[in-house]
Design a protein around this ligand. Sequence first.
Ligand code: GUN
Length: 293
Amino acid sequence: MPHFIEGRAIAKKVYSELRGEIAELTKRGRTPGLSVVLVGDNPASRAYVRSKDKMCRDLGLHSVKLELPADTTQNELLARVHDLNGDPAIHGILVQSPPPKQINEAAIVRAIDPAKDVDGFHPANVAKLALGDKSGFVPCTPLGCQRLLIESGIEIAGAHVVVLGRSMIVGKPLALLLMRKGRGGDATVTVAHSRSQRLAEITRAADILIAAIGQPEFVRAEHVREGAVVIDVGINRVDDPSVERGYRLVGDVAFAEVSEKAAAITPVPGGVGPMTIAMLMANTVRACRQSSQ
Ligand code: GUN
């Protein structure tokens, strides 16, 4: 049996550290504030936004959830972002991705004040990550994966990490983060993706395999070396008429068969997911601490 990496338990540890900091900031009249903006009614996005808002409230953060209609225009959304940039009670801004198709997402991200960009998607923060400048914000899911590895005592320095997926939200920043110099970095990183040839050869060379390709149960036993560590970033809804809500959540990894080979593996749900939210809260607290407002 592999070691199951319990994201929920590790996220709890992060929250217990954050609570003290939040209490201290609040005592000084500076409660950290996060605004999560959802445009439209994508069911998965709604669920994420709801859990982010709930977690803020549990922790005593100031939370402003903005739910805008699916036909919101670019200019309307830009105006909301400008308001939030100027709001001293808000230290973090997150516009849930993906937005509806009339929205130019890159332009929205560029409009967010980089000091409030707790998603780490603004070009200024992406550049800092690439440059090894630790003063910027790093995207939450990559940070969560890194923290899971550190807290589980898995050596990252010198390990061969294969990142499967090259998205701006996970794959690309995760590769940069794990190859950065210093604690939680120094890995040998290979990035593979849906167009990679001889994929199983590449993934079987991994000491740590991180699946972020967005396809249900894509990673099979044949992709994994005996004794590897497997981190599953995927959260896919697959139809399942046998359950009341009509779907179940599966990761990018075929959990049962890969569990038989892995030394350690994250479950879905309950692995990376809770850590992503925990890192969003941590980034928001940091944004508040660093702000002069
Ligand atoms: N959609 C899926 N993951 C994320 C995330 O980390 N941030 C935002 N803004 N949207 C997402």
